[in-house]
Write a protein that binds this ligand. Structure first.
Ligand code: ZN
Ligand code: FE
Ligand code: FE
Ligand code: ZN
Length: 281
């Protein structure tokens, strides 16, 4: 009994394929359930990676149509939101526009400075760096930062994301490793603090298999992080983060093995809007 709760659509401008083909792919992969979770409109204006605000009602209609056409395959209506602490009100307003079954909270950006000299900085000196963007200019930004500092700030943002109460699932909880920028030394204390914050917030964390398609070639989150999640009592679920139909349900056998290796005997399955229940694996 497997399910994929993290899939995208062409509406976010960097995924491809017809939505009906994602559903067919879920059937082909033998899934029992799926959810569409395309990128919610960006809370800070235009973005090349998110659906436009006017696309949201069309997206919702298409998911609900596919649900009606596939009575034997539960199809959940969801979105993946870009979390920023300064945008909680805007995100809440966007999320309130449709009857979502669940919302994935993700952090894809880190606030960094453009200033290279030592002086007092103002808001205008900062920009939101997309840490998971393969664009050369964004990759170059990695050279300006100490990897562990990016990690500490990322995990801090993850804790704020969970504590916001806006989200049910936490997306790719250790995304900074995507291009191989793994933390140096022992991050157990940071993982533990983050796992406890997730437990306190009552969120579920996804095992996101898209990391296996990237340079890091590893599921999100890593085994040391996942063991801390297990110790803190945080539930986990499954997502492929498919941006093409053929990626739906990809590597789920490995994900189940990953979960078991960390000591998990169950995955969280959708039960009712905003609610998940454990299912044995
Ligand atoms: Zn995407
Ligand atoms: Fe994401
Ligand atoms: Fe995604
Ligand atoms: Zn994602």
């Amino acid at each position: 009994m497997l399910f994929d709760y993290h899939t995208h659509t062409a509406r976010c401008k960097h995924a491809s394929g017809r939505m009906a083909d994602y559903v067919l792919a879920a059937r082909k992969a033998g899934l029992d359930e799926m959810g569409f979770s395309d990128h919610l409109p960006y809370p800070k204006g235009e973005s090349p990676y998110n659906m436009a605000p006017e696309e949201l009602p069309l997206y919702v209609d298409e998911v609900l149509d596919l649900r009606a056409q596939n009575p034997d395959l539960p199809i959940r209506l969801a979105v993946e939101a870009d979390y920023f602490p300064e945008c909680e009100e805007e995100l809440a307003a966007q999320i309130a526009r449709a009857p979502f079954d669940y919302v994935i909270g993700s952090v894809h950006y880190q606030k960094v400075t453009k200033a290279r000299e030592q002086r007092i900085l103002t808001d205008a000196d900062f920009w939101d760096w997309p840490i998971d963007s393969p664009d050369p200019a964004d990759q170059e930004e990695w050279l300006r930062h100490e990897v562990n500092e990016v990690w500490r700030e990322y995990l801090h943002q993850m804790r704020l994301c969970a504590a916001s109460g806006l989200f049910h699932i936490i997306g790719h909880a250790d995304l900074p490793k995507k291009f191989g920028n793994t933390p140096h030394g022992d991050f157990t204390a940071e993982y533990r603090e983050t796992a406890r914050a997730f437990a306190a917030a009552g969120v579920v964390v996804e095992l996101n298999t898209s990391g296996l398609r990237q340079k890091v070639a590893e599921i999100y989150p890593s085994m040391p992080f996942l063991r801390e999640l297990r110790a803190a009592g945080v539930g986990i679920t499954l997502g492929s983060d498919a941006h093409k139909p053929e990626q739906v349900g990809a590597f789920f056998g490995q994900a189940v093995e990953w979960a078991r290796r960390a000591g998990y005997g169950e995955l969280m399955r959708f039960e009712a809007p905003g609610r998940f229940r454990p299912q044995a694996i």
